[in-house]
Structure formats: C-alpha cells, structure tokens
Write a protein that binds this ligand. Structure first.
Ligand code: OGA
Ligand code: NI
Length: 370
C-alpha cells in the first residue's frame, strides 16, 4: 500500500465535505429514507452507496444445510428430559451459530402482529407529526435515520426509533400515541420471555437456572424499531451494515419480507422468516461472560425492492445503565485447561471505552481480550 499523495488527499477531503453536506441536507428533511422513497426517487443518492462485500452467500452456493435452528419451546414445562433436549439445542445453536429462532415461546401471535403494525403506524403517520420525534439528542423516544449518520459508517437504507423499556418503563405520554400501548404491552411480554431465555441459557452453560438472572442480565432492555423502505437499487446499499450486537441477547421480531443474514464461516446465511417465530441472537457481552462458549455473530440486513420491511429488536443490556457492576468470564466455566480469555471490567469502564475508543463496526470484545 502506497502513501496518499497530496492531490489524492485533496480529492478525499473534497469527497468528505461533499458527503458531509449531503448527509446534513438529508438529516434536515427529518423524513429519512422513507421521505426519499415518497418523493419518488429512482436512483439512490451517493451517500447510500456501500463498498462491495467479498463474502459468499449460502443461497448462491446451494448450501442447503446452513439453516438457523428453529427451536420449539412448547415442551419445556413438561418433563425434565424434554426440557433437557431443548437446552441441548439452545447450547448447540448459541455455540455454533450465535443465532436461533424460537416458536411456542408464549407471546401471542396477535401481540406480535399488533406491535409490528404499531411500528408501521409510527413510520407511516402524518409527516408533520412524525418530524416532532426526530432527534439525535438523548430523549425517551428517539426517531431518526441512521443513528450514526455522521460517522464514517456507510449510510443504510432504513429509518429507526429507539426507546428504553426497562428497568424504567417509559411513561405512555413519552411514546408516540400510535404505538404506545402496544409497545408497553409487548415490552412486558418480552421481559417475561427474557427471564425464561436466561434460564435456558444458564442451563445450557451447565449452570443453575437463575445464574444469568442473578448476574442481572435480564434487567435492562431497550428497543429499536426499524423501517426498511423499498429500495430502487438494492444491490448498491444495505438495510443494516455488518455488525454484532453489544448486549447479552437480542429478541428480534421480523416481518415476512426477509433479508436478515448471519455471517457463519465467512458465508452469509439467511435468517428466513418463520411465522410466529422470534429470532434470538447472542451479543458480545454473553460471548464474553461465557468465555467464548457462546458466539456473538455478525449479521446484516439486505436492502430489497420489496418493502417496507419492519422489525423490532429488543436488546437485553446493562451497557448504558447507571450501574457499577463488573462483568468478566463466569468463574464456574473456567479451569486450568480453559483459562479466562477476557479480563473483568466495570460497566462505567465499558461505557467510556465504547463511547470514545470503539469505532463503529469494531467489536468492543477485543479491548478486553487477555
Ligand atoms: C439490530 C438488527 C436486524 C433486523 O437491530 O441490531 O440487527 O432484522 N436488526 O432489523
Ligand atoms: Ni443487530
């Protein structure tokens, strides 16, 4: 690799300042990607162009065995041997793929349909009402397009909202009226499901059922509602860029459109929509405290000519809560042959590192690696 010559540098700065101007103009519309589509664009603006990706797709290679496991939870309360089978599947999925889907998880289909409808209603409500929620400042409900718009990360073909759900539930009046009731209802059901999932994950690590709960993994939850408008040139951009989730686990509800992919052995695998299912993925924190027994897998969402696609992801995370708790590899999982791969850190230390040193798209795990 050679040095960048002064004239090449000028070119890069010029491109950067052009890009900055275009980003600002886009941000100021407060209508996000949906605003561009509503205006009838047929070519996507340059800010959305992404560099090509070199990984292969399982669907192109005909790798039919690469399927994210779908685990039926209906039998876990029957007899212990049935529960053991489920726990074994969870262990296998969390350790191999970092992703699995669950069915018969206790959240009614009607609640799932209504909450996705609530997400659609938020993004498709009157523009002037929606703009009132557009902000990049801390607030109980934040709507914008691309939370990291002004960083070097490529701009994605989606609009999103963010809100904290637990431990402090938002006041209904802080949420948009078109979806406040159903968001709160769904949130309380996801909290209950979280308790069950952390039991199964504890058992999958060979620990007692309450272990991860006792570590407060189920205490903090925040939600992202994503709206992926149809895209006229989907091959030039992405709905969500490649990333891993910085949390313990994510409970993701996706609609029927598809496009979510997991990177597994340098190959993109589709997480095909399954009616009634929720997608569960392991985040960086659970990979760390499990000392790499569980995997936090990178994933992305393709852009699509079909749309909109909507999803709602609930992050179980302590990362940004005012707690002084420390986390490190779970002692019971370590031995002379299996020493700690990460050092212990406190949540304030993690938060400071993440805000200041962690480039978007790089994993904070490396920083704590021994
Ligand atoms: C996320 C995410 C995937 C989706 O919110 O971190 O990966 O399907 N979402 O929207
Ligand atoms: Ni994610």
């Amino acid at each position: 690799m050679g040095f960048t010559s002064p004239s090449e540098m000028d070119e890069i700065f010029k491109e950067d300042s052009e890009r900055a101007k275009e980003l600002k103009a886009f941000d100021e519309t407060k209508l996000g990607v949906k605003g561009l589509v509503d205006a009838g664009i047929t070519q996507i603006p340059r800010i959305f162009h992404h560099p090509p990706d070199n990984f292969k797709r399982a669907s192109d290679l005909g790798l039919k065995d690469y399927v994210i496991p779908v685990i039926d939870l209906s039998s876990i309360h029957e007899d212990p041997s049935e529960r053991k089978k489920v726990v074994e599947r969870v262990r296998e999925a969390a350790g191999t793929w970092g992703f699995f889907q669950i069915v018969n998880h206790g959240i009614p289909m009607s609640t799932m349909e209504e909450v996705l409808d609530g997400v659609i209603k938020f993004f498709e409500q009157d523009d002037e009402v929606k703009k009132e929620f557009y902000t990049r400042d801390q607030s109980p409900f934040m709507y914008s397009s691309n939370f990291n718009l002004y960083t070097k990360a490529p701009t994605s073909w989606k609009d999103s909202f963010f809100c904290n759900l637990a431990p402090n539930a938002p006041k209904p009046e802080d949420l948009p009226s078109v979806c406040s009731d159903i968001l709160l209802d769904y949130s309380s059901q996801v909290m209950k499901l979280g308790t069950l999932l952390f039991e199964l994950l504890s058992e999958a690590l060979g620990l007692n059922s309450t272990y991860l709960r006792d570590m407060c993994c189920n205490v903090g939850v925040f939600a992202f509602g994503h709206y992926y408008p149809p895209c006229p040139e989907p091959e030039l951009t992405l709905g969500t860029i490649k990333h891993a989730d910085v949390n313990f686990i994510t409970v993701l509800l996706q609609d029927h459109v598809g496009g979510l992919q997991v990177l597994h052995q340098d190959t993109w695998i589709d997480v095909a929509p399954v009616p009634g299912a929720l997608v569960i993925n392991i985040g960086d924190f659970l990979q760390l405290i499990s000392n790499d027994i569980f995997k936090s897998a990178q994933h992305r969402v393709l852009a699509n000519t079909v749309g909109p696609r909507v999803s709602l992801s609930c992050f179980f995370s302590q990362a940004f809560l005012p707690t002084s708790r420390s986390y490190g590899p779970i002692k019971e999982l370590l031995s002379e042959d299996n020493p700690a791969k990460y050092r212990e850190f406190s949540i304030p230390e993690f938060a400071a590192h993440y805000r200041t040193k962690c480039m978007k798209g790089t994993t904070p795990l490396l920083h704590f690696k021994i």
